[in-house]
Design a binder for this molecule. Structure first.
Ligand SMILES: Nc1nc2c(ncn2[C@@H]2O[C@H](COP(=O)(O)OP(=O)(O)OP(=O)(O)O)[C@@H](O)[C@H]2O)c(=O)[nH]1
Ligand SMILES: [Mg+2]
Length: 215
């Protein structure tokens, strides 16, 4: 998988990043691993460098970090995944394989069970946002709010960043709403429990999500 880059946004994920990069190094020896960090105060960056990942320093915001990482990636096949092991590393291969015949491949949670132990309120917000995106923006997939996806660099170059909410969490949605004529494939996965560390998700992200619909 010499032509694969894996982009991992991080904010204080020292316990998780070590485990994740070790797994990725084992499974995908030849892939480029980019840790895109927004000023972690812990050892996230040191650990990533020690494990031979490339560290990209980005400004605040998950979406901003992912867009930076995608730009810095050297390969045409790019997979974006969280650092906290909620996205199963084994699925990267399936996303990568499917990217060969598609522009975007989405790790999709189809039903309540796929959302794992996520609270009802977060499940409800995600489902409502997905429904609204399908209904009003004509996005024909099940989980445009997923943070686990693959994208080809060729397509990423055409993203209009003005339409992205950089402080927000929904970078895939910000991308999908810009393209109507692309090939998309969904692969099923189950959202895992955050392994270590703290969630960075807050109420402000709900405001950013609403902004994403308007932009
Ligand atoms: N670079 C960067 N990464 C971020 C930022 N905010 C969150 N992240 C990372 O983005 C990923 C997703 O953030 P989480 O806090 O896990 O969000 P979540 O998965 O929706 O929430 P939990 O289920 O509670 O974990 C993690 O790898 C975070 O470290 C940010 O501002 N900049
Ligand atoms: Mg998480």
């Amino acid at each position: 998988m010499k032509d694969l880059s894996i982009v991992i946004p991080t904010l204080n994920e020292e316990e998780n990043v070590k485990v994740l990069i070790n797994i990725l190094n084992r499974l995908y020896k030849e892939a480029e691993i980019l840790v895109v960090d927004s000023g972690s105060k812990d050892k996230t960056k040191d650990i990533a460098l020690k494990l031979n990942a490339k560290v990209v320093e980005a400004g605040n915001g998950l979406c901003r970090a992912v867009l930076e990482g995608i730009k810095e990636a050297k390969n045409n096949f790019i997979v974006v995944m969280d650092a906290d092991l909620q996205h199963p590393p084994e699925l990267v291969k399936e996303i990568y394989e499917n990217l060969k015949h598609n522009d975007i491949v989405v790790g999709t949670r189809f039903n309540r069970e796929d959302y794992g132990n996520l609270s009802f309120i977060r499940y409800f917000i995600s489902k409502t946002a997905n429904f609204t995106a399908r209904k009003f923006l004509n996005i024909k997939i099940n989980d445009p709010m997923s943070g686990f996806f693959g994208v080809k660099k060729d397509l990423a170059k055409k993203i209009n960043e003005e339409r992205c909410v950089k402080e927000g969490y929904k970078v895939l949605f910000d991308i999908l709403k810009q393209f109507s004529d692309i090939k998309i494939k969904e692969v099923r996965y189950k959202f895992q429990i955050r392994k270590e560390g703290k969630s960075k998700l807050g109420l402000k992200h709900l405001i950013f999500l609403i902004k994403s619909f308007i932009k």
